[in-house]
Design a protein around this ligand. Structure first.
Ligand SMILES: Nc1ncnc2c1ncn2[C@@H]1O[C@H](COP(=O)(O)OP(=O)(O)OP(=O)(O)O)[C@@H](O)[C@H]1O
Length: 504
């Protein structure tokens, strides 16, 4: 088997010229006898040239050396180091797909070592070596896996594009063309939202987390007459109750400890533009009253100020809560509801949008492939596609995109297979083990829990089987589709599933 050795050139290597010692790279070459050695360096080429000549003289039998200058902003710049190392490994893996590949991690800065470990434990599996005058050359055992869960976080340290990709939620310029869907209901919602965008009315967007509420809100703003003015998004659920007033309406200098200067609230920041209040249902009763007043009067009174200010904002609100139920239980004000819910868009969860997992996956694979700089187009094996179709996507489109990103980081040849998807979904399945860890006592209801579990799997199977009971029974391991029918009826699902497949 061909042996390939990979390393940075470090100061101890350069210092070895004219010394008695070999330096880490030469010592490792002597011990490993590689057929080909790839070296990266960030010193000036003139400084490295004498070293390379010395190296070739010292080990003529191993002189198959490919040394590359990596232009780094600094030897501790993770982005540049990651890009240089990743490009080299990608090329080596293409050139020597079956070689025994070792990475010598000793030379270079800690940042360089970290990047070798990150890449060598994930996309480019390799043996790690270290070399020191005291211990000689030794393999390094790193007895842990960088699991899918940690990978995007670790990789985000390096590579601006990758960082943006992991973090990117809704692009500022998003229009309706960014809303990707194959489902007639969502296509219709896009048309209705585009029509609403032309009128200056408040819009309420309902839907589970990750279904695209903010994407719709941005698209409405960007296609409205206010598109040259600010779009300000606020997550009401994330603001501590004691700060909500000052966040929404602003405050005057000295109005509370820490109010060092006058500050505009989001209503003023969004003046003439659009204010997106996400998680509206989380607002406290007191905050709801004050919000209602502002909407009625078109004026805000900053905390501690004595003069109101006029504001002209278009309000788009969103929530994953059932506001009608909250109104019935007096958790949400009915008068506020009618103020904000002039245009209402209800985004269905991904599991109910037949065809969308496939359509969105194709879209995200192109986007991720381009942004991560994959040479070849990312693709899914049939088994991987099946895994995606069988998953329930409780985190909706956001979860799908994140899972594909994790799976893409895993592949070496651009083909995403079922185990890559399983790895990328690990985080979620660990979280859903929660069902086994409910606290017993007071509210615990075993029958209700089992009922929910059964319902969850019946719905998933029927969706995955596209309404075919025979196929769904096989997926569920039920003996016959009559057994399935009985269970569907007991759950009150038979009619609703039949109806939704007729609607499609
Ligand atoms: N139909 C779609 N086409 C393309 N991208 C989508 C679609 N729906 C959602 N996304 C993407 O999925 C991610 C989550 O969407 P978004 O933030 O709009 O969801 P949300 O409903 O506002 O979530 P939350 O309630 O958690 O704030 C974003 O990156 C968004 O761009």
């Amino acid at each position: 088997m061909r042996r390939v050795l990979i390393s940075w050139i470090g100061q101890r290597d350069l210092d070895a010229v004219g010394d008695d010692g070999d330096g880490p790279v030469l010592a490792t070459m002597r011990q490993q006898q590689p057929d080909q050695t790839y070296l990266l360096f960030n010193y000036a080429p003139a400084k490295v040239q004498p070293y390379l000549e010395w190296l070739r003289r010292k080990a003529p039998a191993l002189a198959n050396i490919d040394a590359r200058h990596a232009l780094l902003r600094s030897p501790v710049d993770y982005t540049d180091i990651y890009q240089a190392a990743e490009a080299l490994l990608q090329e080596i893996w293409g050139l020597h797909p079956r070689a025994h590949r070792s990475i010598l991690i000793s030379p270079g800065t800690p940042a360089m070592q970290a990047v070798w470990i990150l890449l060598g434990k994930t996309r480019f599996p390799a043996e790690f070596l270290q070399a020191s005058p005291q211990q000689g050359v030794q393999p390094v055992h790193l007895p842990f896996a960088i699991s899918a869960e940690f990978q995007p976080a670790a990789a985000a340290q390096a590579g601006r594009q990758l960082r943006e990709l992991v973090a990117a939620d809704v692009p500022e310029t998003a229009g309706f063309e960014r809303v990707v869907t194959a489902h007639p209901l969502l296509q219709d919602l896009k048309r209705r939202a585009a029509a609403l965008a032309r009128f200056d009315v408040p819009v309420l967007i309902l839907g589970e987390s990750g279904t695209g509420k903010e994407l719709f809100a941005r698209a409405i703003h960007n296609s409205s007459a206010r598109n040259e003015r600010p779009f300000v998004a606020v997550n009401c659920g994330a603001i501590p109750p004691e700060l909500i007033d000052s966040m929404l309406f602003g405050h005057a200098k000295g109005s509370f400890t820490g109010a060092l200067r006058d500050a505009a609230g989001v209503f003023e920041q969004a003046d003439d533009g659009t204010l997106f209040l996400d998680e509206l249902g989380e607002l406290s009763a007191a905050a709801q009253v004050r919000l209602l007043r502002v909407l009625q009067e078109g004026r805000v009174l900053p905390v501690g100020a004595n003069k109101e200010r006029d504001v002209d904002v278009r309000l788009i609100c969103a929530t994953h809560r059932d506001l009608q139920a909250d109104i019935a239980e007096r958790r949400f004000r009915e008068d506020l509801y009618y103020r904000v819910a002039v245009g209402v868009l209800e985004l269905p969860p991904l599991r109910e949008r037949q065809g969308d997992v496939q359509r969105l996956a194709e879209h995200f694979l192109i986007e991720i492939g381009e942004q991560l700089g994959f040479q070849q187009t990312l693709s899914l094996t049939p088994a991987a596609r099946n895994r995606l179709l069988l998953h329930a996507w409780p985190g909706n489109v956001r979860e799908l995109r994140a899972a594909l990103l994790r799976a893409a980081l895993w592949t070496t040849d651009g083909r995403i297979d079922a185990p890559d998807i399983d790895g990328a979904l690990l985080v979620r399945s660990a979280a859903s083990d929660d069902i086994l860890n409910r606290s017993l006592g007071n509210d615990f209801d075993l029958d209700a829990l089992l009922h929910d579990v059964e319902r969850h799997y019946l719905e998933r199977a029927m969706l995955a089987a596209e309404g075919s009971k025979a196929k769904a029974s096989r997926l569920l391991g039920l003996g016959s589709h009559q057994v399935l029918t009985t269970r569907l009826r007991r759950q009150g699902l038979d009619e609703s599933l039949r109806k939704s497949s007729r609607d499609r």
